[in-house]
Design a protein around this ligand. Structure first.
Ligand code: UDP
Ligand code: MG
Length: 322
């Protein structure tokens, strides 16, 4: 069969208000891409119901009856966006050539999907959807997002700026991702770690088509905190740095204290108290930092991330590239 076998994975949590329109637009796009010969007839749109409390699953169920191109996965309870998306990717990874993941709310422009697929055909394993402008987002969301990306980069996490979870991944990129066995998922940090050739496509972010954001401030903050603590041991290192600084201050204070003592400006007991407070403070922080280093190692071990990812294996026995 001609064309790529494309799967579009869409996590949905209480999305009854947007699903009819989302499925209509995506089906139209799919049939356009089929006509152009870009994708084949086995391509699918997979809606993952993340334990919704509204009619989301009923809608998905009836869509799967009306359209062969639509498939549905129902999670037993709400697992959260990242888990729902990961679950979708893992379920379809052996059935397709590549997967595009996208939110259900039409905030991300689906019309760049053909461009993503073309980049995949030209040899990219990962294609990131990057927001050009964020006019549709509030000032608050824009600035906090910007600060977050800066902070993450500062802590040494490789992340694509202004990219969320709208991306294309090849089958082998998803297979590589399946080797990441960590429980706390932060996909936009994990995907770059697979290391395959990647590229970006740009689009303007729209307003949510209908319904409300499922990421209120509280969830957003905890997501950001998760991202940092799942990827970086820098906060632990900060303790050691801080301990070092306090030790330096302790030395300065010691000199100052001895000077004051010799000059006779001190009451009895002041000098010894002063020196011990700073000294003990510095030693305690350094010790905490040292313990933190070991905890940091444990944290890396506990993740059991793959040590390497094979991109190609050429062997004259089988004579083909993997
Ligand atoms: N979502 C999900 N499980 C959740 C929360 C959200 O599957 O627990 C889905 C939601 O249906 C949507 C996507 O994740 O398709 C992104 O959520 P939303 O658009 O509300 O986030 P925002 O764009 O406001 O950051
Ligand atoms: Mg949204």
């Amino acid at each position: 069969m001609n064309g790529i076998n494309l799967y579009i994975v869409v996590p949905c949590y209480n999305e009854e208000a947007v699903l009819p329109e989302t499925s209509r637009q995506m089906l139209a796009l799919l049939s356009r891409m089929k006509t152009e010969g870009l994708i084949n007839g086995k391509s699918r749109i997979v809606f993952v119901d993340d334990g919704s409390k509204d009619r989301t699953w009923e809608i998905i169920d009836s869509l799967t009856h009306d359209h062969d191109e639509i498939a549905g996965i129902k999670l037993a309870c709400n697992a959260g966006h990242q888990n729902a998306l990961f679950g979708g990717l893992m379920t379809v990874k052996d059935d397709c050539d590549c997967v595009v993941s996208i939110d259900a709310d039409l905030q991300d422009d689906i019309n760049v999907i053909p461009e993503m697929v073309k980049k995949f055909i030209n040899g990219c394993d990962v294609v990131y959807g990057v927001r050009n402008k964020r006019d549709a987002d509030t000032f608050f969301k824009r600035t906090t997002a910007l600060a977050f990306y800066k902070l993450m980069r500062l802590m040494g996490v490789k992340m694509v700026y202004n990219h969320a979870d709208y991306r294309l991944m090849s089958r082998r990129a998803i297979q590589a991702l399946s080797q990441f066995t960590e429980r706390n998922l932060f996909l936009r940090g994990m995907v770059p770690l697979t290391g395959f050739k990647s590229d970006c496509v740009y689009y303007n972010r729209q307003e949510r088509f209908a319904g409300e954001s499922k990421y209120p401030l509280k969830k957003m903050l905890s997501f950001a905190f998760d991202g940092i603590t799942s990827f970086s041991v820098s906060p632990i290192r900060l303790i050691s740095v801080f301990g070092g600084v306090v030790c330096v201050i302790a030395v300065v204070m010691a000199v100052y204290t001895i000077y004051e003592k010799l000059a006779g400006n001190t009451d009895a007991g002041w000098a010894s108290l002063m020196m011990s407070i700073w000294f003990i403070g510095g030693v305690q922080l350094l010790s905490l930092g040292l313990i933190g280093e070991y905890i940091g190692k444990l944290y890396k071990e506990a993740k059991r991330r793959p040590r390497y990812i094979i991109e190609a294996y050429i062997n004259s026995d089988n004579g083909k590239e993997e």
